[in-house]
Design a protein around this ligand. Structure first.
Ligand SMILES: NC(=O)c1ccc[n+]([C@@H]2O[C@H](COP(=O)([O-])OP(=O)(O)OC[C@H]3O[C@@H](n4cnc5c(N)ncnc54)[C@H](OP(=O)(O)O)[C@@H]3O)[C@@H](O)[C@H]2O)c1
Length: 215
């Protein structure tokens, strides 16, 4: 696949001058307990293997869904229709704030890098919550009713295809929504707190900090 050959090319171009690679991966890259991997998770795992084989010291960050998806993916309908549309049922997700992911990346690159070499960090929030709860929190923090609309799979597929997404990506995202409904995105860890000596940002804090993005 192009993505892999590009990665090999980029790494080999600079491998003499790279001291440490921090790769933004995904919690779906590898589930140690079940050996389970999704399409997008498998892509990340293949990329991780290329980094491992490069011989360059590395750290993998394996976060679950970002809180910021509520801005990048759902922000438009939240602003224009006071609602977001997701085929997510009652699935619980251990959403992480992308700022916390970035903080761990900075630490791994700048503070005691050796200590983080060869590690794969599954960094999550402390508590998994469902989309209905995120809607309640957003409503409270943004100051108006924001609704979660649990849409059928066909509607989600149509929306993504109409927006110009490739079929393989639509399938991969639908695969994600089917596996979150059986709990694959709800795992929580203490890894963030152990590394950063503070608690990860909560969804309420995220909603307060970004309230302006939903207006
Ligand atoms: N979103 C999540 O919930 C989530 C969870 C776990 C892991 N991840 C992983 O995190 C990564 C980012 O996901 P995302 O959802 O944040 O994606 P995104 O919203 O599409 O953002 C991707 C960013 O990468 C930039 N970019 C793309 N190609 C680039 C290139 N060749 N050189 C420099 N910058 C480039 C884009 O810049 P432009 O805007 O200028 O195009 C954009 O800012 C992915 O690997 C994803 O699998 C995401």
């Amino acid at each position: 696949m192009t993505v892999y050959s590009n990665l090999v090319k980029e790494i080999s171009k600079y491998d003499d001058s790279i001291n440490h690679i921090v790769k933004l991966s995904s919690m779906a890259a590898y589930d140690e307990e079940t050996g389970f991997a999704t399409t997008i998770g498998s892509i990340h795992r293949e990329e991780e293997k290329i980094v491992e084989e490069s011989g360059i010291p590395f750290t993998f960050l394996r976060p679950p869904a970002f809180m910021q998806n509520f801005i990048t993916q759902f922000g438009y309908t939240i602003r224009t229709q006071d609602a977001f549309y997701v085929p997510g049922g009652d699935a619980k997700l251990s959403f992480i704030d992308a700022r916390d992911v970035a903080a761990v990346a900075v630490k791994a690159l700048t503070v005691d890098s050796q200590q983080h070499t060869g590690k794969a960090y599954t960094i999550t929030s402390q508590e998994a919550i469902c989309y209905r709860q995120t809607a309640e929190i957003l409503s409270k923090e943004v100051g108006r009713r924001i609704s979660y609309i649990d849409i059928p799979e066909e509607d989600a597929r149509k929306g993504m295809k109409d927006s110009g997404m490739d079929n393989w990506l639509v399938d991969a995202i639908m695969e994600f929504y089917s596996i979150i409904k059986v709990g694959h995105a709800s795992k929580t860890t203490n890894v963030f707190e152990e590394l950063m000596r503070r608690k990860p940002i909560t969804f309420s804090q995220f909603a307060r900090d970004y309230a302006g993005a939903f207006k």
